[in-house]
Ligand binder design. Structure first.
Ligand SMILES: [Zn+2]
Length: 95
């Protein structure tokens, strides 16, 4: 009999706690975005290194690029799985 009431109360408390947490997060974001007097140029623009895809020539961020170890011992970077497999097929083919 009292079980569902207890559960309802627990749910209510949980929702309240979530709301409080959410409110705190939102306030934190507002607080963090407010001080605009500081120059935002503390970090490099993209925050990553640009590498060129040898297949299509596109520049991609290194941490987002797909990598492949080359026969020469280096690493090649690609914008997509398609470019990587294209490169792989070309490299595997004897000339
Ligand atoms: Zn590509």
């Amino acid at each position: 009999m009292l079980g569902w009431m207890l559960r309802l109360l627990l749910l209510f408390l949980l929702v309240r706690a979530l709301m409080l947490l959410l409110g705190g997060v939102v306030r934190g974001i507002v607080k963090a975005s407010r001080p605009q007097s500081e120059p935002p140029s503390r970090q490099p623009l993209s925050g990553g290194t640009l590498v060129q895809d040898p297949v299509c020539g596109t520049y991609v961020l290194q941490d987002r690029a797909l990598s492949l170890r080359t026969d020469a011992g280096g690493t090649a970077f690609f914008c997509s799985e398609r470019c990587r497999s294209t490169y792989d097929a070309q490299a595997a083919r004897p000339r």
